[in-house]
Design a protein around this ligand. Structure first.
Ligand code: COA
Length: 159
């Protein structure tokens, strides 16, 4: 069974992420979307909330599972019999950092392969932060994130 992991912060999941999840689910038997417990970023959503949103927006893709992890991705890969790490490349600016991570992950776990997928052009300028920024100042984010995410963001600001 070919298992891939698509790791990230997903604060929140955007249509750019969803595009990568959908396309990678056609290439692997199972894709685990793994939310990082990231102490270095101050998130809008908790890990549980991010996982719940990811479950909702991927409910129509049977071979996608949602999980979370902390520590090294290379260890998570080893513990879960994962053969590939899937990452999306949006622009040349992503390349250097992604190359660094892919090479470090290979050094830590020589059996793992990082597969890069080109993000669809319509989402190549997206990031979770830019979505949050636009939302904060009442800009329209429809079409950039799933509707479930817009609802969850509205609930957050009304708290
Ligand atoms: N569409 C839209 N946005 C995308 C995207 C896509 N296809 N792909 C990435 N992004 C955005 C994210 O939304 C995020 O935006 P933000 O910074 O505004 O929040 C940004 O790109 C960075 O993505 P992020 O999900 O934070 O991932 P990352 O590329 O920084 O890497 C891990 C995250 C989990 C893969 C990495 O931190 C990791 O492996 N950590 C575990 C510790 C470890 O093993 N460290 C050694 C690594 S070699």
């Amino acid at each position: 069974m070919r298992i891939a992991v698509y790791p990230g912060s997903f604060d929140p999941v955007t249509n750019g992420h969803l595009d990568i999840i959908k396309r990678s689910s056609r290439l692997f038997d199972k894709v685990i979307v793994a939310v990082l417990h990231n102490a270095s970023k101050t998130p809008l959503f908790t890990v549980e909330e991010k996982m719940d949103l990811l479950s909702q927006v991927t409910s129509d893709i049977p071979n996608v599972e949602i999980d979370s992890f902390s520590g090294l991705l290379a260890d998570y890969v080893m513990e879960n019999k994962i053969s590939s790490i899937v990452k999306g490349l949006r622009a040349v600016s992503d390349f250097e950092y992604e190359l660094q991570m892919a090479l470090m992950n290979r050094k830590l776990n020589p059996d793992v392969e990082t597969i890069f997928m080109m993000t669809s052009g319509e989402y190549s300028y997206l990031s979770s932060s830019i979505v949050k920024e636009v939302f904060k100042f009442n800009g329209c984010i429809k079409g950039l994130v799933p509707d479930e995410v817009i609802d969850a963001m509205k609930k957050k600001v009304s708290l």
